[in-house]
Design a protein around this ligand. Structure first.
Ligand SMILES: NC(=O)c1ccc[n+]([C@@H]2O[C@H](COP(=O)([O-])OP(=O)(O)OC[C@H]3O[C@@H](n4cnc5c(N)ncnc54)[C@H](O)[C@@H]3O)[C@@H](O)[C@H]2O)c1
Length: 268
């Protein structure tokens, strides 16, 4: 791995990783620290953020990604950031089969919660860091989406909704960056992993996944693709990872691609 990207040394980068206390966020924090970046490890669970920080040499903060005031405070106190890994996420915990259709079993509180973490967390986080990136003209945002942002996920349709939402946000914001009046060296991209061996999936569901012959990705394998997204800096890309396949950019079969002008998000 080179010690710089386009002449910008990793050691000069300042990153915030959300959901850094566990799984993919913890592994991404470790990977960024290993490259020499300084990292703020943010999690709603302060103890887990501290544990990651202690292991990796990051700075721990407690952050609920759905709280815009908290974002402002953390950027003021710990920023500015030229890397944001917007990774915190939850599922509706309905992944077990039962007699009820998943949406019917979802109470209001859980619904609002998943929208707050998975959708608001990405929008509020992007807004909080973009100000500085737009002012300096440089920076990278990587969002942890999922293959559930590209294909259906029958056991958890609302999780699928949130991940499709952030994929749409990434693609649209990337188009806006491309069409900005002042050229910006800013990228926003999404990483879309298959099933990974983390706490978001309970043991019973993990067993069901593996019994179906699907291997679980390690958090470290996902973190490697996070670093690839930050290294290749493909604005608007969605990086797909599935066990046994090389990580690749997702390609849309878009019948209206040529019809939309670039200023509205179409391709050149
Ligand atoms: N594990 C998978 O199979 C898989 C697959 C594709 C995508 N993802 C996505 O990867 C991301 C990371 O999840 P993971 O698999 O590492 O799970 P995880 O449960 O191990 O980690 C998620 C972390 O997010 C934190 N978090 C939850 N709500 C928060 C909030 N409001 N503010 C800040 N932090 C909060 C949790 O405390 C936890 O530390 C999620 O966005 C998830 O949807 C996971």
């Amino acid at each position: 791995m080179p010690d710089n990207i386009n002449g910008v040394a990793w050691t000069s980068r300042r990153a915030i990783v959300t959901g850094a206390g566990s799984g993919i966020g913890a592994a991404t924090t470790a990977a960024l620290r290993a490259l020499g970046a300084s990292v703020v490890a943010a999690d709603i669970d302060a103890d887990s953020a501290e544990a990651t920080a202690e292991r990796t040499g990051a700075t721990p903060v407690r952050l609920d990604v759905g709280d815009s005031t908290a974002w402002t405070r953390i950027v003021d106190e710990h920023g500015p950031f030229d890397i944001a890994v917007l990774n915190a996420g939850i599922a509706t915990n309905q992944l077990r089969p039962d007699d009820t259709l998943p949406v019917l079993g979802l109470d209001d509180e859980r619904y609002r919660r998943i929208m707050s973490v998975n959708v608001d967390g990405v929008v509020l986080g992007s807004r909080a860091v973009l100000d500085h990136m737009a002012a300096t003209g440089f920076g990278d945002i990587v969002v942890t989406a999922s293959i559930a942002g590209l294909v259906p996920i029958a056991p958890d349709p609302v999780y699928g909704l949130t991940k499709h939402a952030v994929v749409g946000f990434v693609r649209s914001l990337a188009a806006a960056v491309d069409n900005h009046g002042e050229p910006l060296d800013v990228t926003i991209s999404a990483v879309c992993p298959g099933f990974a061996d983390t706490a978001i999936i309970d043991t019973e569901t993990k067993d069901r996944i593996t019994e179906n012959g699907i291997e679980l990705l390690t958090p470290e394998a996902v973190a490697e693709v996070m670093i690839r997204a930050l290294t290749e800096r493909r604005n608007g890309a969605q990086w797909v990872l599935w066990p046994g396949l090389d990580a690749a950019e997702y390609a849309w079969n878009d019948p209206i691609a040529g019809l939309l002008p670039p200023a509205l998000g179409g391709d050149d």
